[in-house]
Design a protein around this ligand. Structure first.
Ligand code: BGC
Length: 794
């Protein structure tokens, strides 16, 4: 397998949606699915283009209710380009006699190539080669180059190029009862050889403009123009054996962009000034060379390498250095499709740790997206009588709660109440990322600027949710959901929500400790200013302190209970449901409810072992007055592992992580499952609706932080590698507090080198031995040949 190429042979209508998602090209500002340019939307093709942060809200009527949904808008389609040999209809891979068909994504240079060799009804054989890019260097530009070669004939070939604004959001079948007509006020026009199209989103009033320059050897003539669509046709005189080129260069500009006069005017100017395909490609290629240099992550596991790169590639296409300049968060499904409506969940918890160590500026931009939405989060907390900031489970344009109130179970056809907004733990993920970002960068200015405010307002919210139970003297948090979405209520309860979700409660303690630490770290002036601005007083911080010593955590059978009462739930007949990932849908369709069973969609309690070291967790439990029984962690891992069906791709990341030190082959199995989750569409149909960005980045983070045992502490970088047997070695480059470190680990040694002019020395501890690494210095550390006893593995 070529480690830089994702290739598909032959045309397969059943696979086209998946290929479109996986061959998406993007630059962190916008992305376009890898759809065939000649295809219109139908049950096989879905040519979507999505602009980071461009949302629109519509009201639909379903099941007798008015429901409001905000979607990441499918922008007008810039791709259309089709062709016809004399006397034949327009080319279509489904109806034309295909002699060869190959589609290839070049990950190194972010180019999508296509080769088509076809025969028309009169026996003419034509070869079509296409190269497509969405520029990483010029983030408003994209281009499609098509080369036609008549193999056994000469004569005219008709080429039709268009801009199409007749698109809607209709890429996800189960949302089709909801409105998706987000674009209005369409207009089209031509300015010399340049075509343009403009539309506006209905409620957010974002103007989106496309302009296209088509170089086809002749100006062509307009064949269609209505407000929603503009098309020109060009006749190419093909000469047998001689390649003839058509280049369509496109600018996409919105009213949200910087440096824009009017979107359509600016789009026309941008495309007029755009260079030809080769120079455009060269700049794009160089931008990617730079990105790959920073993102290098090489694994000595040939089968895994290509998919590792595919994950890096899609993460960077969604979140690039251009993103840092925008006001956007981490869309759970990338800019690759319409699932989850482009919303931002807690998935950034799995994404930022990887970015922090390579592209801290992108991570900071994403944290700023949250910080800018603090007013909305404060209002949400105060509306339910709490203080601080309550971030929404699903966030979009302005930071209000975007979670739908009803969702469709496609198995039963029923619309059901959706309580997933009770996943308050999203705030914990944001705070965890703030803290990690600070640890990696060591940047107090970041904390003083906005990091501390974000973390403290979240801490306040969680503290205000905690209520003292006078009977037990313990603090409790009621009415929430943990990450496991299969439990949203007690069986038969009138109200949704669960009490004392262990993940939420323990991480609240962790957060309050970090909040206290953050206040201590802040420079005096910033501290005073922040405390005054937030009205934070000693009574409040004393209460925090109290909570960190008195929070309730439940246990049963020597393991941590997912929530109070969990142990009283029934055991599921796993033999019957083995392999069913969407147990919630399955059981609901059978008239039952997954709430009745000890069955989880994804890691919940185990998230604690994912985010905290065993030492940190034990310290917290100890502080709360709970004794950690020997083997408790391992028992808990196995308990929940046996009761989880991995209905979320995030689950395998967490399980791969928590097994890394006690079951190396089990860990590797989860790692490979999550690594290939999108490529083989492990959930059977979901990838076509967008990649799973959290799992993609989480896999990369698993390699770096988990298998390298990389921990960032106040006193420097700590490494404690333990590679799975199947992973012979690992090489990567990270950025840590202004220094660039290249790390190479195999089973025998770890070598760490610096090639930067950053800080004089960097503190590194390998297997407990500390050293300081100077500029341009490189050091090898032998690794002890040891297998940790299972009981101490976490
Ligand atoms: C998972 C959530 C996740 C969301 C978006 C859901 O299926 O249960 O944890 O945040 O997908 O990726």
């Amino acid at each position: 397998m070529d480690p830089w190429t994702l290739a598909y042979e032959g045309f397969d209508p059943n696979e086209e949606g998946l290929r479109e998602a996986l061959c998406t090209l993007g630059n962190g500002r916008f992305a376009t699915r890898g759809a065939a340019p000649e295809a219109e939307v139908d049950e096989v093709h879905y040519p979507g283009t999505y602009i980071a942060g461009c949302y629109d809200r519509l009201v639909s009527s379903v099941a007798g209710y008015d429901v409001t949904n905000e979607d990441m808008v499918n922008a007008p389609n810039w791709l259309p380009l089709t062709f016809a040999t004399p006397g034949s209809g327009w080319f279509s891979p489904r109806t034309t006699d295909l002699l060869e068909y190959r589609q290839e994504l070049d990950l190194r240079h972010a180019i999508l190539r296509r080769l088509i060799r076809f025969r028309d009804e009169d026996g003419r054989i034509t070869v079509v080669r296409q190269r497509r890019l969405v520029s990483m260097a010029d983030p408003q530009l994209a281009a499609l180059e098509t080369t036609f070669t008549a193999e056994n004939w000469s004569g005219p070939l008709l080429v039709r190029a268009a801009l199409d604004g007749r698109v809607t959001n209709s890429g996800v079948p189960r949302y089709r009862d909801l409105r998706g007509d987000h674009l209005t006020a369409h207009a089209t026009g031509a300015d010399g050889d340049i075509l343009w199209l403009r539309a506006r989103t209905r409620s957010s009033a974002v103007v989106i403009a496309l302009a296209a320059r088509v170089e086809a050897g002749s100006p062509g003539h307009e064949v269609e123009r209505d407000p929603e669509m503009i098309a020109r046709e060009h006749t190419l005189e093909l000469v047998r054996g001689r390649p003839t080129l058509v280049v369509k260069t496109v600018a996409l500009v919105t009213s949200r962009d910087h440096a824009v006069a009017g979107p359509s005017e600016t789009a026309v100017r941008r495309v007029r000034l755009a260079p030809g395909f080769e120079p455009l490609l060269e700049r794009h290629r160089l931008a990617w060379v730079g990105l790959w240099g920073r993102a290098r992550l090489d694994v000595d596991a040939p089968k895994a390498q290509r998919n590792v790169r595919l994950n890096v590639f899609h993460v960077l296409q969604t979140l690039s250095p251009h993103t840092a300049d925008l006001d956007v968060g981490v869309p759970a499904r990338g800019l690759h499709g319409e699932a989850y409506r482009g919303h931002v969940f807690w998935d950034e918890l799995f994404v930022l740790p990887w970015l922090n160590l390579r592209f801290p500026e992108i991570a900071r931009g994403l944290l700023r997206y949250r910080w800018r939405r603090l007013p909305e989060a404060r209002a949400a907390a105060s509306a339910v009588g709490l203080s601080g900031a309550m971030f929404p489970w699903q966030s979009g344009g302005d930071g209000r709660e975007e979670t739908q109130s009803l969702h469709l179970n496609p198995r039963s056809g029923r619309w059901l109440p959706d309580h997933s907004r009770l996943q308050r733990h999203v705030g914990l993920a944001i705070a965890y990322n703030v803290w990690q970002h600070y640890l990696v960068t060591g940047d107090l200015e970041f904390l003083a600027d906005f990091g501390a405010e974000l973390l403290i307002e979240i801490a306040r919210f969680f503290a205000s949710m905690a209520r003292l139970d006078p009977g037990s003297g313990r603090y409790e948090i009621h009415g929430v959901m943990g990450p496991d979405e299969y439990h949203d209520a007690y069986p038969g309860a009138a109200l949704p929500g669960l009490d004392n979700n262990a993940y939420t409660n323990v991480m609240t303690v962790w957060l309050l400790l970090r909040a206290e630490e953050t206040l201590r770290l802040l420079p005096r002036r910033s501290y005073e200013e922040l405390v005054a601005r937030l009205g934070l007083d000693a009574t409040e911080t004393e209460r925090w302190e109290d909570i960190t010593r008195g929070m309730r955590v439940d246990f049963h059978d020597g393991v941590i209970s997912q929530f109070t009462g969990y142990s009283g739930l029934l055991e599921l007949d796993w033999a019957r449901y083995r392999g069913v990932r969407r147990l919630d849908r399955e059981l609901e369709a059978e008239g039952d409810s997954v709430n009745r069973y000890q069955a989880s969609k994804q890691a919940d309690v185990l998230m604690l072992f994912y985010l905290l070291t065993s030492k940190e967790l034990e310290e917290i439990l100890d502080r709360l007055g709970y004794r950690t029984e020997p083997g408790m962690i391992l028992r808990t891992v196995h308990y929940y592992l046996a009761r989880t069906c991995h209905g979320s791709t995030l689950s395998a990341v967490v399980h791969g992580w928590v097994l890394a030190r006690c079951d190396r082959s089990g860990s590797w199995q989860f790692f490979t499952e999550t690594l290939t989750a999108d490529v083989i569409d492990v959930q059977g149909g979901t990838t076509a609706e967008g990649v799973h960005l959290g799992a993609m980045a989480g896999t990369l983070d698993l390699l770096q932080r988990c298998y390298l045992g990389l921990e960032i502490r106040h006193d420097g970088l700590h490494l404690n590698p333990l590679l799975p047997d199947r992973l012979a070695g690992l090489s990567l480059r990270i950025r840590y507090r202004g220094a660039e470190l290249s790390i190479r680990a195999d089973s025998g040694e770890i070598r760490i080198g610096r090639a930067d002019d950053g800080p004089d020395t960097v503190a590194v501890t390998v297997h407990g031995r500390s050293t300081r690494l100077g500029r341009r210095e490189s050091r090898a550390f032998p690794l002890p040949d040891e297998t940790l006893p299972a009981a101490e593995c976490l």
